[in-house]
Write a protein that binds this ligand. Structure first.
Ligand SMILES: Nc1ncnc2c1ncn2[C@@H]1O[C@H](COP(=O)(O)OP(=O)(O)OP(=O)(O)O)[C@@H](O)[C@H]1O
Length: 246
């Protein structure tokens, strides 16, 4: 192991109308790591994800992924480098089956039009079956995606992201609106995915973060306030102050 970071932010700042949403932020993720990002409303979590994916350009600082300078690339180029982002709201194709949603997501396919009218190849079928297993949606493969529960739609969208074979997944509040059982199943799902991919997950639900059992970064006012195991950061007086608004 070289120990080199897969993703590195160093001294990153960005201001909107003079307000510093991200303030000298530095954060580093190892290859194969899963990290949970927490922090009160307005801490800069979404803006940080926007900077990594190229949606927002930092005013200053370094953003590197697998040896590439992300600040010089647009969103499409960053996605092609292997960074996939799952937004909070699921955006699956409701009228299509679960299986066809996954088929459409596969990397390296012909045009979506050709796809829906041609039979899938054996290779594609194998990849879809694997995604159905990973996302626990195999029993629902032929169901219209619009008929899935909220949690299942989120899993399908995670499966569609995996179809793009990203090296790094950015996942934004995946368990918002989920039942407790779905929340725990999602923690299992992300742990499974983390066996082969790196993950950054932003989440407010501390039970979920506890179930993930991974390192936690606490953001506050656009910087890292604390980093470490959940037990340690949640006992940190500065973190308690920030969450209680003192
Ligand atoms: N495009 C923008 N223009 C102006 N201000 C912005 C913009 N984007 C974010 N901000 C401000 O930057 C700060 C950080 O916002 P951000 O959405 O990144 O926080 P967050 O940690 O994701 O919060 P939440 O938990 O509520 O989603 C907030 O004060 C927000 O109002």
């Amino acid at each position: 192991m070289s120990g080199e970071a897969l993703l590195e932010l160093r001294g990153v700042s960005v201001s909107f109308d003079g307000f510093r949403a991200i303030n000298d932020l530095s954060l580093s993720l190892r290859q194969g790591e899963m990290r949970a990002i927490v922090g009160p409303n307005g801490a800069g979590k979404t803006t940080m994800m926007d900077i990594i994916t190229g949606k927002t350009r930092p005013d200053t600082g370094v953003v590197r992924f697998a040896g590439h300078d992300l600040t010089k690339r647009d969103e499409a180029a960053i996605a092609r480098l292997g960074i996939g982002r799952k937004f909070q709201k699921p955006t699956v194709f409701e009228a299509l089956s679960v299986r066809d949603n996954l088929l459409l997501s596969l990397k390296g396919l012909r045009s979506p039009f050709a796809l829906l009218f041609a039979r899938e190849t054996a290779e594609e079928a194998g990849r879809i079956d694997a995604l159905l297993e990973t996302t626990r949606l195999a029993p629902h493969a032929r169901v219209q995606a619009g008929g899935l529960s909220h949690g299942q739609k989120q899993w399908l969208e995670i499966g569609m992201l995996l179809g793009q074979e990203p090296q790094l997944l950015l996942v934004d509040e995946p368990v918002a609106g989920m039942t407790d059982a779905e929340t725990m199943a999602t923690a299992d799902l992300l742990r499974d995915i983390n066996r082969t991919r790196s993950i950054v997950v932003v989440e407010h639900d501390m039970e979920f973060v506890r179930a993930l059992g991974v390192g936690v970064t606490v953001l506050h006012e656009g910087s890292v306030l604390a980093e470490g195991a959940l037990e340690a950061v949640s006992a940190d007086p500065r973190v308690i102050d920030v969450y209680l608004g003192r």
